[in-house]
Design a protein around this ligand. Structure first.
Ligand code: BG6
Length: 490
């Protein structure tokens, strides 16, 4: 694998929230892997920033502990780990007061001509405050970028406020809004599959596709994020960003090039073409659910209400939506979207369900002729399966069987599949915005989501209960009418 690794330019990555959960769980392990593959040049520094007081050595120690938890033991060689820890520095800064800003300016002075990336792994209410401060302290050089995580606002208006505040200091070309789903290997493969093969594109439209399913299913509950989650819910947490982005990659027109704006222009057109869902149709095309106690993989799990403070909530932990894209390519093709916490398995996948053959030449004894399906599995067991009808081998006349042409990436390529953050952080350093959400995309997505939230609010119907360990409320099955959800644990 290392033969394909291209080193990046020297950089300083400054992580606000450097001693927080995202940094320890995702960002530092991702950077460790890139360091281990020798993709990060010697001079590059990673500077953790937080209100907490810590010395460089204490930060290195805490990071080593986190890496031992989040990186596979056979990938943690001591000399490599030491080399990585030597890159780390820590500066204590209080985003809301004067404390520490001079220290941060002093450490950055050493690398003032390099690429500088500020990663704001902090509460989104601080995005504007920190950006303004970085501007006032003159820490924003022409080679500076800022990385912000979702949620970008909790509706259109608040998203605009966040974008305005960050935009006062940074140009749009300097702002990297992360949606980590876009960094997943198979999500990018979707673009390769569609645009590097002549096979699919002629069929990729309402003439040949019956419907599309996008599922992001989790077994996890709210995991100590109850306060955030209860204000958010599944629609804001997963649909507004991850699922809408997946839908865009499935549905967009071929961009003229792979550059950031060509791709993002096409995605934006898809979001703008989503048929509105509001109080007139929300009742028939959306389903919201909330998990009750149940059993997952043999272990009993508590209800949502007992996992959050106060024990009362109308927040949805499951959403099912029948979405439609109002354009020539997709008119009349339902896009069934669903996501939920505490479902029966952790699976994310996209199913492209093709239409039935127009006429069968086989007699009844041959068995049913199933429509073809292209199943793109994001996780776990990343890969692509193309379900086809073939003749059952052997004697006994013409009997048909439905089998997958199976391309499991782990088996086909025998490489570790990099975590989304590994790719995304280095794309920031390279200055490649293709896999990041542009301001207009985020705002257009909220414009589609807001009326759904309003419709749910005014209907004042509580979310439908489902037992943990199932596939969500039964209403999510009726959403499909005569069709059925693809079996995720085949
Ligand atoms: C995050 C959500 O964006 O995505 C979480 O806030 C969710 O609630 C997570 O658990 C899922 O990500 P992944 O990569 O584990 O599918």
């Amino acid at each position: 694998m290392s033969s394909r690794i291209i080193a990046v330019e020297p950089f300083d990555l400054i992580v606000f929230g450097g001693a927080g959960d995202l940094a320890y769980r995702k960002l530092l392990p991702a950077l460790y892997h890139r360091h281990r593959d020798e993709q990060i040049p010697n001079e590059a520094r990673i500077i953790g920033v937080s209100r907490r007081g810590m010395s460089d050595d204490e930060y290195r120690e805490a990071t080593a502990k986190a890496l031992r938890e989040h990186v596979a033991a056979n990938e943690l060689e001591e000399p490599v780990l030491k080399g990585f820890l030597d890159r780390l520095h820590f500066v204590s800064v209080d985003a809301k007061s004067e404390a520490g800003w001079n220290d941060l300016a002093a450490i950055l002075e050493d690398g003032k001509d390099r690429i500088r990336a500020f990663y704001l792994a902090v509460d989104p209410t601080l995005f504007g405050t920190i950006s303004a401060r970085l501007g006032e302290e003159l820490l924003v050089t022409p080679k500076t970028r800022v990385i912000i995580e979702k949620p970008i606002g909790h509706d259109l208006e608040s998203a605009r406020e966040v974008n305005d505040a960050v935009g006062q200091v940074f140009e749009e070309s300097q702002i990297y809004r992360i949606d980590h789903y876009l960094g997943k290997e198979t999500v990018q493969n979707l673009m390769a599959l569609r645009f590097a093969n002549a096979l699919f594109e002629p069929l990729w439209n309402a003439d040949h596709i019956d419907h599309v399913q996008i599922t992001v299913a989790e077994t996890l509950g709210v995991e100590g994020r109850g306060a955030y989650y209860d204000n958010s819910g599944a629609l804001r947490d997963i649909v507004q960003n991850h699922i809408v982005q997946l839908l865009c990659l499935v549905a967009m027109e071929p961009p003229a090039h792979m550059d950031a704006d060509s791709v993002r222009d096409e995605k934006l057109k898809v979001i703008r073409a989503l048929v509105p869902i509001d109080e007139k149709n929300a009742g028939s095309v959306t389903v919201r659910g909330q998990y009750r106690a149940g059993n997952i993989g043999g272990a009993s799990v508590p209800s949502y209400l007992s996992e959050i403070e106060g024990g009362q909530s109308a927040t949805e932990t499951f959403v099912g939506i029948k979405a439609e894209i109002g354009n020539w390519r997709w008119a009349g093709v339902p896009f069934y979207l669903r996501t939920g916490k505490r479902l029966a398995a952790r699976v994310s996948e996209i199913v492209i369900a093709f239409k039935r053959i127009p006429h069968s030449i086989f007699d009844q004894g041959a068995g049913d002729v199933h429509p073809n399906q292209l199943v793109i599995r994001l996780q776990p067991d990343e890969g692509v399966k193309l379900w086809l009808m073939i003749k059952d081998p052997g004697p006994g006349g013409m009997r048909l069987v439905y089998v997958p042409l199976d391309m499991s990436f782990a088996q086909a390529f025998k490489v570790r599949s990099p975590d989304a953050y590994e790719r995304l952080i280095l794309d920031v350093i390279r200055g490649n915005q293709t896999l990041f959400m542009r301001r207009d995309e985020v705002e257009a997505a909220w414009k589609w989501i807001d009326p759904i939230l309003e419709a749910w609010g005014s209907a004042s119907e509580p979310p439908k209960p489902y037992s943990a360990g199932t596939w969500g409320p039964s209403a999510s099955f009726s959403l499909l009418g005569d069709r059925t959800w693809h079996d995720l644990v085949e």
